[in-house]
Design a protein around this ligand. Structure first.
Ligand SMILES: [Zn+2]
Length: 481
């Protein structure tokens, strides 16, 4: 069956200046009437800029404090704006930069500044139209404010900044002027304390929290039920790409997901999986968002929900012999399998993640309820009567999705035999309860015989357990290709 594998576009660049220029190229191919200019290295002033930039349909470019640099200068020439809005004071963006901008023939240069980031955010809010809603986010870290920026932009909500445990005077005064009837408070209590939250009670606050920045970004999508046909993926470790990408994300009505540079956080995986997201815009080069991270959201199994079922558990150890206990091998191989499927873009859920025992019907029902695209039950074989019996076999059942189940079993068994170097016992149509009651393509694999010494040695080894997971993954990949 044809899999809707993921698609992505990477807006890359040698450095953050180039990434910003490429974002502008993508979002404003025919030029822009207004361009925002912000310091490349300090997020303080620019944190609240996105909603205003969106309102003015302006891309955000970056500059060094003392000079524009070639990348930004060239992009400004191309965009050919009639106005440049500089965010921050002369320490962030010097008057020399203003002169450089003017020398490009751009006569209107406006500076939005203040004594600190809180004043800047209030000054930006002043230029936003009145709105019944506003965002309050911590101004000393960047992830929460940037993750909410596309939503705030599209809803005309200013982003006002706060200290974790004290509302700054400019923010208090801005709130008093605007009188919002609802406020989104970004982050957990470490970002915005309960005390600050209490001070905001008159404005109808709702908090979007989370254990870390990745979870907060994911919870924005969850709590506000944002559209997810496209997601923007940016590093949550530095601010620049998320900042310059945020206006484009707003234009495309796409949420911003945050990631570590080289590994996809669980919370990000979970939200993309739960929402079945397959299309992404990746902000920054591979040093910011590695190819492995991209593969884990937009890989060949993107949009596929796979349930892996480690056979047996708890009071039911399954078979055991030759120092192999079936329930343990099943769980270990299943855990490795989950991480490999996930690395290829799937969203994988296990029927058990530790030594517990869901009933057979519960396992099948779980997969049915989740709406899984495939179900794989992992087992280890035994034939105590004859220790010479060995090899790999895979079962399918013809109650539901018969042809697809058989096809999946065939691919998986072939790959398993290849990777484990075991005897090929083939695929068999047998109505084991877990695959009989699962409605999606479902298979039950018997990796090898723990009653056979040679097979058992493999089942004890890390190398072959890894190979087993590789084999099943390859079979799944072939099936969905
Ligand atoms: Zn078993």
């Amino acid at each position: 069956m044809a899999g809707a594998s993921g698609e992505y576009e990477r807006l890359s660049g040698e450095d953050r200046f180039e990434v910003a220029a490429n974002v502008a190229e993508d979002g404003w191919p025919n030029g822009a009437n207004v361009v925002f200019l912000s310091n490349y290295n300090a997020f303080a002033d620019a944190l609240a800029a996105t909603p205003l930039a969106y309102k003015m349909n302006a891309p955000i470019l970056l500059t060094r404090p003392a000079s524009l640099g070639d990348t930004t200068k060239n992009k400004l020439r191309e965009l050919s704006p009639s106005k440049v809005v500089i965010i921050g004071g002369t320490a962030s963006v010097s008057n020399n930069v203003v002169n450089e901008v003017r020398s490009l023939g751009i006569s209107m240069v406006e500076r939005i500044s203040g004594n600190d980031r809180f004043e800047v955010s209030a000054a930006i809010a002043k230029r936003m139209p009145s709105s019944s809603k506003a965002v309050v986010a911590n101004g000393l870290t960047f992830p929460d404010a940037l993750a909410i920026a596309p939503y705030a932009s599209r809803n005309g909500m200013p982003i006002l900044l706060t200290r974790d445990n004290e509302l700054p005077a400019p923010t208090i005064s801005s709130l008093q002027t605007r009188h919002p009837s609802q406020i989104i408070v970004m982050g957990g209590t470490a970002s915005v304390s309960n005390g600050v939250y209490a001070d905001l009670l008159r404005y109808g606050p709702i908090r979007i929290g989370g254990g870390d920045r990745f979870e907060v970004a994911a919870n924005i999508i969850k709590q506000l039920n944002l559209p997810t046909s496209t997601g923007f993926l940016a590093t949550g470790q530095t601010f620049a790409d998320a900042l310059t990408g945020s206006v484009l994300a707003a234009k495309k009505n796409a949420p911003i997901l945050l990631t570590r540079n080289s590994s996809l956080p669980d919370a990000t995986k979970e939200i993309t999986g739960q929402k079945g997201m397959t299309d992404f815009v990746v902000l920054g080069g591979t040093a910011s968002v590695s190819n492995n991270v991209v593969k884990a959201v937009a890989g060949p199994l993107a949009g596929k929900l796979i349930v892996v079922d480690p056979g047996h558990g708890d009071h039911d150890p399954g078979a055991s012999d030759n120092a192999v206990i079936e329930k343990e091998v099943n769980l270990d191989v299943s855990t490795r399998l989950k991480s490999k499927l996930d690395a290829n873009g799937a969203y994988t859920i296990m029927t058990r993640e530790s030594d517990t025992y869901p009933t057979l019907s519960e396992r099948a029902e779980f997969a049915n309820k989740q709406g899984a695209d495939a179900f794989i039950s992992v087992h280890t074989n035994a034939f105590p009567d004859n220790p010479d019996v060995s090899g790999t076999e895979t079962y399918w059942d013809d109650t539901y999705s018969a042809a697809e189940s058989k096809e999946l079993a065939t691919y998986i068994n072939k790959e398993l035999v290849d990777k484990l170097d075991t005897r090929d016992r083939g695929v068999k149509n047998v109505g084991f309860k877990v695959i009989r009651e699962s409605t999606m393509p479902s298979v039950l694999v018997e990796l090898a015989f723990l009653t056979n010494e040679e097979d058992a040695a493999k089942l004890r080894s890390d190398y072959y357990r890894e190979q087993a997971a590789n084999g099943i993954t390859n079979g799944v990949l072939t099936f969905f290709r």
